[in-house]
Design a protein around this ligand. Structure first.
Ligand SMILES: Nc1ncnc2c1ncn2[C@@H]1O[C@H](COP(=O)(O)OP(=O)(O)OP(=O)(O)O)[C@@H](O)[C@H]1O
Ligand SMILES: [Mg+2]
Length: 352
């Protein structure tokens, strides 16, 4: 992407801080004291299952929804008394609703037109930003005459032209097919780096969040379970919710007993755990098939292109493993395996 002359948003990037936010819809308490701090210029993802409160939190930051208590800061300033138009936020939602009867140019300049910016200035900015986003050739067309991916870029351009301090995106790529989605998120990361604005990206796709973000917040039922870099979240999940939500295929969860330093039914490289019963999680990619202290029966194979997901029955539970090479393995066969320590998470001690 070319260097940006579209007069630097970077210098103005503002952090976002949520302080003790509570929110109720009638009897439903969505948030009961949410705290979150997003650094200036950060690409931050909010990830969680459907209904966990992601959209509601974005809407509170944008001022489209009013919290019952708590404060929202953009930069150093509390913005609670400001309406959405005064918060200098750019937003792209899943339904990004371009004006169908306006040209791409008119769509992109619409926020400036509303503000009363001179037409020639708005057109100049729109041309520049459309060029940066690779849609310079489409300015005279209407949304119905461009592809889905281009429409998405028009929506991004329309949000960026205001020089937002904060950019909020709510599942903006969910309408795209898998390939386009892949390039769209790479594109978003490039744009974000180029423009440097603080960006909060909402998705329920954990792998998407891990792949694009500087940091991620894991949200479940209105509660933030963990905030960290993708690596931290993956390698050291703070709790069982995070551990099981992150990872594909998901974490294998099982019970083991440790007695005299040895664990059953799975022999694991665990050190320093007292005798007792534990709930543990084992990442599918940490099972190394072929040799090792464990034996299981292969119950099914799921072809996934580069690798195969192997289902293993051991001690009455079924585990998933990821294997590159399954030649010579078949259903019903006994498979030896070991487990890499980095993929084992102790979720809790039972009876403790
Ligand atoms: N205007 C509203 N009135 C009543 N309840 C609402 C309203 N908006 C959201 N909710 C409820 O608040 C909770 C959080 O909803 P929200 O839309 O924030 O979830 P989400 O994480 O964005 O989910 P999704 O991934 O499905 O978009 C849900 O239980 C939802 O039903
Ligand atoms: Mg939502």
């Amino acid at each position: 992407m070319p260097a940006l002359s579209f007069s630097g948003t970077e210098a103005r990037a503002s952090g976002v801080k949520l302080e003790d936010i509570t929110k109720r819809f009638g009897k439903l308490t969505v948030f009961d004291g949410v705290n979150l701090e997003i650094s200036p210029g950060e690409l931050f993802s909010l990830v969680g299952p459907s209904g966990s409160g992601k959209t509601t939190l974005l809407r509170i930051i944008a001022g489209l929804e009013v919290q019952d208590s708590g404060r929202v800061y953009i930069g150093a300033k509390a913005v609670d008394a400001l309406g959405p138009a005064k918060r200098n936020i750019g937003m792209v939602f899943q339904d990004y609703a371009l004006y169908p009867n306006k040209t791409v140019m008119e769509n992109i300049t619409s926020p400036l037109t509303v503000k009363g910016t001179k037409k020639q200035d708005a057109v100049r900015d729109a041309k520049e930003i459309a060029g940066l986003l690779g849609i310079g050739e489409t300015l005279d067309r209407r949304p119905g005459q461009i592809s889905g991916g281009q429409q998405q870029r028009v929506a991004l351009a329309r949000a960026l032209i205001k020089h937002p301090d904060v950019f909020l995106l709510d599942e903006p790529f969910s309408n795209l097919d898998a390939q386009l989605r892949f390039s769209a998120r790479k594109f978003l990361k490039d744009v974000q780096r180029e423009f440097g604005m603080t960006t909060i990206y909402v998705t329920h796709d954990q792998s998407e969040a891990l792949s694009i973000s500087d940091r991620v917040a894991i949200m479940g039922s209105g509660r933030i379970h963990q905030v960290g870099t993708p690596k931290e979240i993956y390698a050291t999940p703070a709790d069982e919710f995070t551990a099981t939500f992150i990872g594909s295929p998901p974490l294998n969860v099982m019970h083991i007993t440790i007695s005299g330093g040895a664990s059953t039914p799975l022999s694991l490289p665990l050190e320093g755990l007292a005798d007792g019963n534990y709930r543990i999680g084992v990442r599918p990619e940490s099972l190394v098939l072929g040799s090792g202290p464990n034996e299981a029966v292969a119950t099914a194979f799921e072809y996934a292109g580069r690798e195969t997901i192997v289902y293993l029955g051991i001690g009455g539970v079924e585990m998933r493993a990821i294997a590159r090479d399954v030649s010579g393995m078949s259903t019903g066969q006994t498979v030896k395996f070991s487990v890499q320590p980095s993929g084992v998470h102790v979720l809790g001690k039972e009876g403790a």
